[in-house]
Write a protein that binds this ligand. Structure first.
Ligand code: ADP
Length: 560
């Protein structure tokens, strides 16, 4: 045998040996099994805490089985959309499982929508059932008067909310009572079957319907559990609206670890702080403003966490002070980046390197405020400098490229919009529309949404760069910068500023501060003080600011 390798198995012809995908080694990936398995492994463990309501995994699973069975009995299953408008309540949670276990698609609607937009989304999403929380009874009634489809309306009862207004023929508990709690529901025959339809919150305009599939949701959950510090039996506080991108997928993921879901109808920082301490919350997620409000309560009351609380912050750019405050309170905050199209993700995760902890707090905060490292978890992320040649960006912390993602937790596509889907997936990558730089250590910093970049006199200006400078002014609480069309420069940057409570600052003071940190062409040409308009998820509505600034009196625009 000398010098010759012994003939091994012929791997190229491996399928001839019967080694291929079969029923025994490949079953559908779906998050619905997380709940079933939790009900078997941890039947007595608490799944839901909501005011006085506490339900364990056995009860919760049985309620979801009954839900699915009742829907099937009413002829609702594969190919049907079930819309729901509700804050973070057990009914919305159960809908994420019950509707999907019936084979149908959950369509959680934004709780801030007006009647006309609600009606449009019910029509567009082709909902045949609409579940309504009593808080939204009036707006739902008004919406339904504009809907031409036949829709079965179901009222969710909630003893924690008064008045109890009914708009439908049936209540949620009556529906569940129709079903069989031991129902043997069917797995989807195809893991790519749709599970959810989410309309994006529209920070950039008209919402698109993002379709999520069973496989993607399941793999997204694995990714979250790989990347984040989630032990068995976490206690998850719902500070993120579940209607938004299924609460970044956590509506399903927490069941994979038999975790407790602690609900609040509305985010109230005082109540959230109390629940964190009382229920020994271990995990939560939210956009930066949610943490700012929560941390303020802890800091004002001098509270310190005595148990480990992990928080993912994302959805919008993060200020260094949020990270600093979190460190002071003892909250383990990690920055993530994702989109509804990537199941919330995070697709980028800002892992903390061990040696960062030796740095001064402000330096640590600066490093942690970056969106994170590419290609962790289950997605591949690339920052591309030239879309024609797909050239990767040089990691010099200065050059700008577009963030692209591909992997197994990417939406199926936009509902009934093949053109938009094709455009979003062009070249085999999902185009995020976000622009970023990459630091030499490989960490990505989002500098702007492509739509938000300001082009002034042929120069690109990052709105976020100006926002960071404004936020470093001690009296500025929140800041947002948008472009105003300008006959000379094309566009000029204009700043909207929300001051810390009861503070007064002059425009001149703000300009003085900016001048110390910004080049002349990046200086804001108008400053408007006031409360920033936000989406239901807490993101600033820049399209609304653009509308406001378009009508701004010309004499109040500073000379460029
Ligand atoms: P929309 O806000 O359009 O409804 P999403 O909720 O899916 O849609 O928001 C995704 C967008 O939010 C991203 O494209 C990006 O612009 C922004 N975003 C998400 N996470 C971060 C982050 N950590 N830092 C900065 N921007 C972020």
């Amino acid at each position: 045998m000398s010098g010759q390798a012994e003939n091994g198995m012929n791997w190229t012809a491996d399928t001839e040996n019967g080694h291929y995908r079969r029923e025994a080694n490949c079953t559908v990936l779906t998050p619905l099994l997380f709940l079933k398995k939790a009900s078997m492994a941890s039947p007595e463990r608490t799944a839901i805490v909501y005011g006085n309501v506490r339900r364990n995994y056995r009860e919760t699973y049985r309620r979801c089985c009954a839900y699915a069975s009742a829907l099937n009995q009413r002829g609702i299953g594969q190919g049907n959309t079930v819309a729901i408008i509700a804050p973070n309540t057990p009914a919305l949670y159960e809908s994420h499982f019950g509707i999907a276990m019936a084979g149908a698609v959950i369509n959680p609607l934004n709780i801030r929508l007006d009647a006309k937009s609600l009606a449009q989304q019910i029509e567009y999403g082709e909902a045949c059932i609409f579940l309504v929380d009593p808080q939204f009874a009036e707006v739902a009634r008004a919406a339904l008067s504009m809907v031409r489809r036949q829709v079965l309306v179901i009222d969710i009862e909630d003893p924690a909310y008064a008045p109890d207004i009914r708009v439908g023929e049936l209540t949620y508990e009556e529906l569940l009572a129709e079903g069989d709690p031991l129902f043997d529901w069917a797995l989807p025959s195809d893991e790519f079957a749709p599970i959810s339809l989410s309309f994006t919150s529209g920070t950039t305009g008209m919402p698109k319907g993002v379709v999520a599939n069973h496989r993607g949701v399941c793999i997204n959950a694995f990714s979250q559990l790989i990347c984040w510090n989630v032990q068995q039996y976490p206690v998850y506080l719902w500070t993120l609206p579940m209607f938004h991108c299924n609460g970044w997928g956590f509506a399903w993921s927490i069941a994979a670890k038999s975790g407790v879901n602690v609900f609040m109808r509305k985010f109230d920082p005082e109540r959230a702080a109390t629940l964190i301490l009382q229920e020994k919350v271990t995990h939560l997620c939210g956009v930066p403003i949610v943490y700012d409000m929560l941390l303020k309560v802890f800091l004002l009351k001098g509270l310190q966490l005595s148990h480990t609380v992990n928080g993912i912050v994302g959805g919008a750019a993060l200020s260094v002070s949020t990270i600093k405050d979190a460190a002071q309170v003892g909250l383990e905050l990690v920055h993530g980046y994702g989109l509804t199209e990537t199941y919330g993700g995070p697709a980028l995760f800002c892992y903390k390197q061990e040696d960062w902890s030796e740095l001064p707090l402000m330096d640590q905060a600066r490093l942690n405020a970056r969106q994170g490292l590419v290609s962790l978890g289950v997605q591949d992320v690339a920052v591309i400098s030239d879309l024609e040649t797909m050239t990767p960006l040089v990691a010099d912390g200065v050059s700008v490229g577009e963030v692209m993602i591909r992997g197994n937790a990417i939406m199926s596509g936009y509902f009934k919009d093949e053109k938009a889907t094709d455009a979003a997936f062009a070249g085999g990558w999902f185009h995020t529309g976000d622009l970023a730089v990459m630091d030499p250590d490989g960490y990505v910093r989002i500098v702007d949404r492509a739509k938000d970049i300001i082009v002034s006199g042929g120069e690109n200006i990052s709105s976020m760069e100006i926002e960071v400078v404004l936020l470093s002014h001690p009296l500025v609480e929140y800041a947002a910068v948008v472009a105003k069309p300008d006959s000379v420069w094309g566009e000029v940057p204009c700043a909207f500023i929300q001051l810390r409570s009861e503070q007064v600052v002059s425009e001149m003071d703000i300009l003085e501060h900016c001048r110390k940190h910004l080049a002349g062409f990046k200086m804001p040409k108008a400053i408007v003080f006031g409360v920033l308009p936000r989406t239901a998820t807490g993101k600033v509505q820049k399209h609304e600011l653009r509308r406001r600034i378009a009508d701004f009196p010309a004499e109040q625009i500073f000379a460029a």
